[in-house]
Design a protein around this ligand. Structure first.
Ligand code: TXA
Ligand code: MG
Length: 310
């Protein structure tokens, strides 16, 4: 991307001053700040209007950086080798010596971490000597942003700087896996659960006990477009926006296609963009065609189900 080096420098200047900066990742844009600084992390909560008890994902450049703050185990290493950098987050234990602000983890000794693959995010992380706490760059409970414009639509001039990295390739948030006790998926996302369990199951896992880790961000209100959403619809009502995965012969201005070729990855990438577009066009209701519940379709259906809850 043009001017990316000077823009990264600009972003770093703000981050070094404990300011928040929006950064591109392959999943969605993040609202980033120095995870070691209480002042910086507090600004994220304030800007997002995020409840204090909802901890943040902390972003690292690589394993070496992570080891400064977190305890790791063999299952983590195999998942890291297979999927990172990429759209997966891990819940791990913090080291006693970790410098992560307690504000980021809601005073817990557990933390969610991730290694984004977007090249600008990586360039940025490589140049700083602290990890970045970064939740999705939207006001709490609304739809995650997948472009610079989406971030701007959420916050206007309240954010000092948005690092433009084009539109997010995956378009849905990372999969979150809890590695405390018996591994379990807390949030479906960019990497499908089948591939993850395939890697995990090749392990002789001593941890048979599932330890319940709370995930405050999994509330029903999440990912809400702010208007009613009906799922598994065969035929839309007259004034409803109709989200489709399969192309129809009939042309209708109410139809919004997630994919040209019935491709689930493409559909995931277009989901949030489409929901925003429909809202901007002032539709009062959304209907959605049934989406196959396989591969990343699982994560699409998870978000749609949440969006449909009142
Ligand atoms: O793809 C992503 O993960 C994006 C990009 C920006 O990296 N980030 C993201 O962050 O989606 P956020 O804050 O919107 O969602 C993080 C979720 C929240 O639901 C939160 O409750 C959960 O992760 N979480 C954070 N720390 C946790 C922890 N220690 N244990 C369990 N859940 C945690
Ligand atoms: Mg979010």
């Amino acid at each position: 991307m043009k001017n990316s080096d000077s823009n990264i420098k600009k972003a770093i200047k703000y981050l070094n001053n404990d300011e928040c900066v929006a950064i591109p990742t392959e999943t969605v844009y993040g609202l980033a700040a120095n995870a070691y600084s209480k002042k910086a992390v507090s600004r994220i909560f304030k800007l997002k209007k995020r409840p204090n008890n909802n901890p943040l994902i902390v972003h690292y450049y690589d394993l070496n950086e992570l080891k400064k703050d977190c305890k790791i185990n063999n299952i983590f290493i195999s998942l890291y080798n297979k999927f990172c950098p990429g759209p997966i987050s891990f819940v791990l234990k913090l080291k006693k010596t970790s410098k992560i602000s307690k504000k980021a983890t809601n005073n817990s000794n557990l933390i969610a971490v991730r290694f984004p693959s977007h090249n600008l995010a990586r360039k940025l992380l490589k140049k700083i000597d602290y990890p970045l706490a970064a939740p999705s760059a939207n006001i709490s409970s609304s739809i995650s942003p997948v472009s610079k414009q989406d971030v701007y639509d959420e916050f206007g001039n309240k954010i000092k700087f948005i690092l433009d990295g084009g539109s997010s390739k995956v378009g849905l948030e990372s999969t979150i896996i809890n590695l405390i006790g018996k591994p379990n998926i807390l949030r479906l996302g960019g990497i499908d659960s089948k591939s993850i369990y395939k890697t995990i199951n090749s392990f002789k896992n001593k941890n048979k006990r599932k330890i319940n880790v709370k995930m405050p961000g999994n509330s029903k209100l999440h990912y809400s477009p702010g208007i009613p959403v009906r799922l598994n619809v065969k035929k839309n009502k007259k004034k409803e926006a109709f989200i489709l995965i399969k192309k129809r012969k009939k042309i209708n201005k109410n139809y919004f296609y997630l994919s040209k070729t019935n491709n689930l990855k493409e559909a995931a990438k277009n989901l949030y963009k489409t929901l925003r577009k429909i809202k901007k066009k002032n539709y009062k209701q959304i209907a959605v065609e049934r989406i196959p519940n396989i591969n990343i379709g699982e994560a699409i259906n998870d978000r749609l189900l949440r969006a449909s809850k009142k």
